[in-house]
Design a protein around this ligand. Structure first.
Ligand SMILES: Cc1cc2nc3c(=O)[nH]c(=O)nc-3n(C[C@H](O)[C@H](O)[C@H](O)COP(=O)(O)O)c2cc1C
Length: 430
């Protein structure tokens, strides 16, 4: 069947005309329609309202944005939906965008029964509709029009208010099943990468244990898990240091993070790292390059906490902590990356002066594998504050000694094979 569409314009309106006869026999097989449309994923929302004081709601995969000015949204109930027949009488709707962990709630709301709200956490919104707790977003609206479209209605709603209530990935529906959203580039390989990285860090374990005790700080081993990230493969705590970064926490390889790992690596690795810098201004990139050169020459990367920078350092720590968790939406990822990017001033460290006092955020030294490539980084954090240059130099010496001890272990304990296995694994497709 050929559908002819004629678009007629006059000064203020655009009108779509079609010769399609809605009553004509369908030319597309119903299973084919379902199968093809099933290849298009949707979010999952619950439209709620009140019918004679009773909360009612239905799951829709057809919720969509329509117009920004004036703000309008739509959803498409089946013409024979019992719930919609009741919703049509509701003076206000709340459209609740479900989160990835609200599958039970979704199932409860999708069944044709009357007591859907009996074990559900909800409250009455300021606009007079039931708002579901823990939803990602609430869109408060009223019905503007309902246009029949075959076996469904296109319900157009005017939006009066809307808010994101929880920064969590949404629940998705695809090919008849439910799932979540994993931003590309943010997905780690799961347990396998961690286990391999932890195995690789084994020879370093006793060295970081001794370091953390002797210096009263946290000592950790960071191993590259992919082109984008390092992971904390082992950590030890001495003095007042406590676990702030869980094992397997992922650290994005983006300027200024991961300097000790990247400095001294191939041009390709360095360029990839630089390409993730927020600003691609030549002078900013030149600054990073010069910093990498200094780190490669000195064999250590120092990050200072600037005076009064405690809060900002905490922000950085919190951002990293959130990055390390898996439940990251692309919007949060961007926000976190921007916090990390703003931290570059911490990393501006010049020559250490013996009698000057420093607040050091971290000291990191690369560890080379038997082939001479950087395979991991040993890092000290939660260090004592206000330590003079002599003290900081002592930490660096200790850390370098530990790094060369680990390098010896790697040469002697089959570390080369471990590394090779690990490399083969993480460069393989998945
Ligand atoms: C993921 C998903 C998406 C759905 N989308 C729609 C939809 O867009 N329109 C609709 O009428 N029903 C949709 N449903 C079905 C209704 O939510 C549900 O079956 C219905 O509310 C219960 O029947 P009743 O309305 O007759 O009580 C969907 C169900 C699920 C699980």
């Amino acid at each position: 069947m050929v559908i002819e569409c004629v678009v007629r314009r006059n000064e203020s309106e655009v009108e779509l005309m079609t010769d399609m006869d809605l009553d004509s026999a369908p030319v597309v097989d119903a299973d084919l329609y379902r199968e093809v449309m099933g290849h298009y994923p949707t979010g999952v929302a619950v439209v709620t309202g009140f019918d004679n004081g009773e909360p009612i709601g239905m799951v829709v995969g057809t919720f969509s944005a329509v117009s920004l000015d004036p703000p309008m949204v739509t959803f498409m109930p089946a013409i024979n939906s019992r719930t919609y027949m009741r919703l049509a009488e509701s003076s206000a709707y709340c459209i609740n965008v479900l989160a990835h962990d609200q599958l039970d709630l979704c199932r409860r709301m999708a069944v044709p029964r009357d007591d859907k709200f009996s074990q559900v956490d909800w409250s009455v919104s300021a606009f007079g509709a039931p708002a579901l707790a823990e939803a990602v977003a609430h869109i408060h609206c009223t019905m503007r029009s309902a246009v029949p479209a075959g076996d469904h209605l296109i319900v157009l709603c005017t939006v009066h208010a809307m808010e994101v209530t929880r920064s969590a990935p949404p629940l998705l529906f695809f090919q008849g099943g439910y799932g979540g959203f994993s931003p590309r580039g943010m997905t780690a390989k799961g347990d396998a990468d961690l286990i391999t990285a932890i195995r690789l860090a084994d020879p370093a374990r006793r060295f970081i244990g001794a370091l953390s005790e002797a210096l009263g700080c946290e000592a950790a081993v960071l191993v590259g898990v992919n082109d984008n990230e390092l992971t904390t493969a082992a950590s030890a705590y001495g003095g007042d240091a406590s676990m702030q970064e869980r094992l397997g926490a992922r650290i994005p390889l983006m300027p200024p993070l991961g300097e000790a790992y990247v400095a001294g690596q191939t041009t390709e690795v360095v360029e990839r790292w630089l390409s993730r810098a927020p600003s691609q201004e030549p002078e900013v990139l030149a600054r990073y390059r010069s910093r990498l050169r200094t780190i490669a020459e000195r064999g250590v990367a120092l990050a200072m906490i600037a005076p009064g920078g405690e809060d900002a350092y905490r922000d950085l720590h919190n951002a990293m902590d959130e990055y390390a968790r898996n439940e990251l939406t692309p919007a949060r990822e961007r926000a976190i990356r921007s916090v990390i990017q703003d931290m570059s001033w911490f990393f501006a460290a010049g020559e250490l002066i013996d009698d000057e006092v420093y607040d050091v955020g971290s000291v990191a030294v690369p560890v080379h594998n038997p082939e001479g490539d950087v395979s991991m980084v040993v890092r000290l954090t939660q260090l004592p504050r206000r330590v003079d240059g002599r003290g900081v130099k002592h930490w660096i010496r200790e850390l370098k000694e530990a790094a060369s001890g680990i390098e010896n272990e790697l040469r002697g304990t089959g570390g080369a094979q471990q590394l090779q296995d690990y490399r083969a694994w993480y460069t393989s497709d998945y």
